[in-house]
Design a protein around this ligand. Structure first.
Ligand SMILES: Cc1cc2nc3c(=O)[nH]c(=O)nc-3n(C[C@H](O)[C@H](O)[C@H](O)COP(=O)(O)OP(=O)(O)OC[C@H]3O[C@@H](n4cnc5c(N)ncnc54)[C@H](O)[C@@H]3O)c2cc1C
Length: 413
């Protein structure tokens, strides 16, 4: 009897969990990713603000799956899928499948604003987070030898666009870097001139969070001296200044864009039905309606929850969908019907800075120190690899005690 071949495209939160859950299944797995590591994206902004090293939040896939005998890892980018002939195209070769899992995630959505895409910074992958870190640190170095006050103020003005959790976390961490660390590194630079400005088009921050936590977030950011501009749209950025929707300009060389994501571009060429943000419509069992041998999970999949809202692009959704997909593949092989996916909402969590976070867990809202402690330990627990957990813990403890972000390196790109 032939062993069914399961091909998984993408080793993010969704794909990784499909692969792990099929560890003892009677299948042969090929896991494909264009990167040779699994990336813990929720901590990418910490790389951008010089808080953590890339290697502390990424883990090599060959190490993760070293002991999984039914899995082969292939490094490469999938460029096409033939659903009728059942193969994927990668690096000029074809890989046949019996079951396919598409878990390719998402990329930054600039909503067609080319000037922002070209001149702005983002925190969606390691390279972009490191570029952001290098740029931020260079701004302080340049400001240090800039005699002209107006030019210096522009160098020290940092605009973050998007008041969602990533924007809030980035703005808070950046303000903390300036107020607690850079003031020590640049004693002869007046960092009272520095500004962190958070732009949000809506009339509130962190939309999915309850009212009381939106307020708490606002207050905690203000405590860190972040200037929050609500109901404010970004119109343009030319590398020298940001132009707002009402025509106002802010002189700055730094714009960090966190205001949108869309599903990975390879999905656009598959000829499947796509919904908002390019996500692929799937059945409640996470299969493609016309191709039940193909599953789509995580940020790439579009599925409504019980209230008719699309499931959020969150790691918790991707992880749970990965696990259910593995079970469904196993059920189909055993001659059973696949089961529908129901998302178990585990709550919301975002940090603003030292001793400052907001959390919604078990229907209760927390803010401040308790939420921050929950955030710290949950993120350490969720990292892959004992070594990374220890390193991140030591790093954060060091920062906490000594007010020092240790990764203040400007590296060549
Ligand atoms: C800065 C940031 C902060 C976040 N914070 C949080 C948070 O606090 N909490 C939370 O729950 N979620 C958070 N998220 C969202 C979370 O990271 C995503 O929802 C989650 O990663 C989605 O998992 P996924 O498996 O669908 O995709 P991903 O984890 O993005 O993995 C997709 C994988 O597919 C690979 N891939 C893509 N295209 C191809 C191709 N053509 N060929 C081969 N490989 C390919 C990629 O290399 C990648 O490894 C954050 C995201 C970002 C960017």
């Amino acid at each position: 009897m032939n062993t069914p071949h399961v091909v998984i495209i993408g080793a993010g939160f969704g794909g990784l969990n499909v692969a792990k859950q099929l560890r003892n299944a009677p299948v042969q797995i090929t896991l494909i990713d264009k990167q040779n590591y699994h990336l813990f994206q929720p901590l990418l902004y910490q790389v951008a603000i010089a808080g953590l090293l890339p290697s502390q939040i990424a883990y090599p896939l060959r190490t993760i799956f070293r002991d999984q005998k039914n899995l082969t890892f292939q490094l490469g980018e999938v460029t096409g899928i033939n659903f009728e002939a059942r193969y994927v195209s990668m690096n000029g070769s074809a890989i046949a499948y019996d079951s396919l899992v598409i878990a390719v995630g998402a990329e930054t959505n600039f909503f067609g604003m080319d000037s922002i895409e070209q001149g702005g910074f983002e925190v969606k992958d390691i390279q972009k987070a490191v570029s952001t870190r290098n740029h931020l640190l260079k701004m302080f170095e340049q400001a240090h030898h800039e005699a002209d006050e107006e030019k210096r103020r522009a160098l020290l003005t940092f605009v973050v666009v998007g008041g969602g959790p990533t924007g809030v976390e980035t703005a808070g961490a950046l303000a903390e870097l300036i107020n607690r660390v850079m003031v020590k590194d640049f004693p002869d630079l007046d960092l009272e001139e520095a500004r962190v400005i958070l732009l949000e088009a809506n009339d509130h921050l962190i939309t999915p969070y309850p009212h009381e936590l939106r307020h708490a977030t606002f207050d905690l950011l203000r405590r860190e001296d972040v200037e929050i501009l609500l109901n404010t749209k970004l119109a343009d950025f030319n590398g020298q200044a940001v132009t707002l929707g009402d025509g106002r300009q802010i002189a700055t060389h730094t714009l960090i864009w966190t205001a949108g994501v869309k599903a990975a571009p390879m999905l656009d060429s598959l000829g499947v039905e796509q919904a908002a943000a390019g996500r692929v419509r799937v059945t409640p069992t996470l299969q493609l309606p016309q191709h039940p041998d193909v599953f789509v999970v995580g940020d790439a999949a579009y599925l409504l929850n019980g209230e008719g809202q699309p499931l959020p692009m969150l790691s918790t959704v991707a992880i749970q969908q990965g696990k259910v997909t593995a079970q469904n593949i196993w059920r189909i092989i055993s001659g059973k019907q696949p089961e529908p996916f129901y998302y178990k909402d585990l709550g919301l969590l975002a940090t603003i800075g030292r001793n400052a976070a907001v959390a919604r867990i078990w229907g209760m809202s927390f803010s401040g120190f308790i939420a921050w402690v929950i955030w710290v330990f949950l993120h350490i627990y969720r990292l892959i690899g004992f070594r990374n957990r220890i390193l991140v813990f030591v790093n954060w403890a060091w920062d906490y005690i000594f007010y020092e972000n240790q990764i203040r390196l400007i590296t060549r790109e």
